[in-house]
Structure formats: structure tokens, C-alpha cells
Design a protein. Structure first.
Length: 310
């Protein structure tokens, strides 16, 4: 089929519907457990938005397919930040997750992290980072979609420092200061979300400019991958390169926003097992031979040899 034509088929429709079904099932589960109708429209909306984005990302003419992901990213990211975050008063930042965890409350940030960033990556990998993250939603508007420089691996340690500093701050408030009612007032939760989000945007734009890389914040500072990388290695959904179709043009590697050595995985007869893959589908959209795709299966992974150094 020509690259300037829509690709509407049984496969593109069913894959989107199956993806939506996962979120509809979560919505029904939470509603039946809690009786809280919010879960029906919350996860129903997210599942529908992601399914529509997935459909467009596979059905649009090739040169416009990236808009599918961007539409989903804008719909979900803005909904979570503006409606769930500021209107409903839920701090979905990492600190919010830690505080809700200490409170023993399985809602808000704890449920969000459980589905999107801890258990969820076993199914849809680190797709959160490119399809729903509100920080990346803004950073993807920057002009450096293709990294200008090679990745500085050592700087990735800053993500772990950020993670443990956030954890230490919450533990200090909870155990040393003894403030167990920090979220009793939703205003405090909203302030925390606002300050954290502004810092993320400012720092993200700053490092994006320094490295000329939209995803520099994701690679070097964001603490969320510390959790995601644990389970995403075993994700069912991963990118795979067909050796028979691939012509080794290198376009996929040159355009990968996360600087992953995609062809090295292909040459090793592996799917892209790098925990840095965010399923953004850039490699799929740029391939001139349709050799790259997202496949669903279970890999037999040896932890030490699974990933190729970027």
C-alpha cells in the first residue's frame, strides 16, 4: 500500500480495540471493588484516547502517523495533569506516590504508578513515556526530535539520585517531622504538584537546550524509569526488526530519540530489549522498507545479556 494512503484494516482496528479493552477491564475492576463511578470514565477515557492514537499511528498515511502518538499524548497527558491533578487535587508526581504508599491508600498516585509504571510495563513496555506523560507532552514540542549528540551514559545516574532524593524527602517529612496528615488538605497536594511540574518543565527545557535533545530530561533526570526499567525488560510489547526486510540503512538508529543501537539487536536476532525503548514508533515510521514493527510475545531473557550498551 502506498505511503500516502490510509491503512485501515481488520488488524489496525482490532489491535486498537484490544488495547482499549485492557483499560475498560481495569475500569470495571476498580468500579466493582470500590463502587466509585469515577474509575469507569477515568480509565474509559484513557483507554479510548490511547486506542484512537494507536489506530491513527498505524492507519494514517506514513508521513503523518506520528500524529497518532502526539494526539494520544496530548489527550491523556493534559487530562491527567489538569483534570486529575489540579482539579481533583491528586499529586501524581513521584512524591505523591511515596506519600500515598506510606498512607496505605490504593488510589490516586499509588494506582497510577501501579498501572502505568510498575505492573503496566510488563504489557505495554515504557509506552507511558511517549504516549501519556505530561512532561514529555511539553518537551516533545521542542525542536530537537533527533538527538544531536551521542548519549552520555554516566549522566543516567542522575535519575537514580533524583529518585532517592525524592524518597528521602518524603521519609524525612513522614518519620522525622512526624507529619502524617500532609495530604489531609488537598491544597497542599496541588501546591506540591504545581511546584514539581514547573521544576520538571523548566529543567527539561533547559537540558533539552543544552544537549539539543527533546528527550534529554528522560535520559538523565526523570526518576520514573528507575521503576519502569525493572519490569519493562520483560514486556510483551517490544519493537522488532525483520532481518529479511532490513537494508541496514541506519535511519532507525539515527532517528531514535533514545539513542538505542537498534541494528545491534537485529543482528543478534533479538527484539529491542533495551529498557530505554519508549515505544514511540519513530523507528517504525521512518523505516523505508516496513522492516520495523511492534510485536507481542514473551522473550526468554538472560538478565546480564539482554541489553546492548547504547
Amino acid at each position: 500500500m502506498g505511503q500516502d494512503k490510509w491503512n485501515i484494516s481488520f488488524k489496525t482496528i482490532m489491535s486498537s480495540l484490544l488495547f482499549a479493552f485492557v483499560f475498560y477491564a481495569i475500569a470495571l475492576w476498580r468500579y466493582l471493588v470500590t463502587g466509585y463511578i469515577f474509575y469507569l470514565y477515568n480509565f474509559g477515557y484513557i483507554g479510548t484516547a490511547l486506542a484512537c492514537g494507536l489506530f491513527l499511528n498505524t492507519a494514517l498515511p506514513k508521513k503523518h502517523r506520528s500524529w497518532g502518538r502526539r494526539i494520544a499524548q496530548l489527550l491523556v497527558g493534559s487530562y491527567l495533569l489538569i483534570y486529575v491533578g489540579f482539579i481533583l487535587g491528586e499529586n501524581l508526581q513521584l512524591e505523591g506516590f511515596f506519600i500515598y504508599l506510606l498512607m496505605g491508600v490504593f488510589q490516586g498516585a499509588t494506582l497510577h504508578y501501579f498501572i502505568a509504571k510498575i505492573i503496566g510495563p510488563l504489557l505495554f513496555n515504557r509506552g507511558w513515556c511517549s504516549w501519556a506523560c505530561w512532561t514529555a507532552m511539553v518537551l516533545d514540542l521542542l525542536p530537537w526530535k533527533v538527538p544531536r549528540y551521542k548519549r552520555v551514559r554516566s549522566l543516567g545516574l542522575m535519575r537514580y539520585v533524583h529518585f532517592f532524593v525524592s524518597l528521602a524527602a518524603v521519609l524525612y517529612i513522614w518519620f522525622i517531622l512526624g507529619n502524617r496528615t500532609i495530604y489531609a488538605d488537598k491544597t497542599t497536594e496541588i501546591y506540591w504538584l504545581a511546584v514539581g511540574s514547573i521544576l520538571y518543565f523548566v529543567v527539561g527545557i533547559g537540558v533539552g537546550y543544552i544537549f539539543k535533545d527533546n528527550r534529554a530530561f528522560c535520559k538523565y533526570i526523570c526518576p520514573v524509569p528507575v521503576l519502569q526499567k525493572i519490569t519493562s525488560r520483560y514486556a510483551i510489547m517490544k519493537v522488532e526488526i525483520n532481518k529479511d526486510k532490513c537494508i541496514d540503512c541506519g535511519l532507525c538508529e539515527k532517528n531514535c530519540p533514545m539513542n538505542i543501537k537498534l541494528l545491534a539487536y537485529k543482528n543478534a536476532n533479538k527484539r529491542i530489549c533495551s529498557t530505554e525503548c519508549i515505544l514511540c514508533a519513530t523507528c517504525i515510521d521512518i523505516c523505508p522498507k516496513a522492516a520495523v514493527s511492534i510485536t507481542n510475545k514473551i522473550d526468554v531473557i538472560h538478565f546480564k545479556s539482554a541489553c546492548i550498551r547504547n
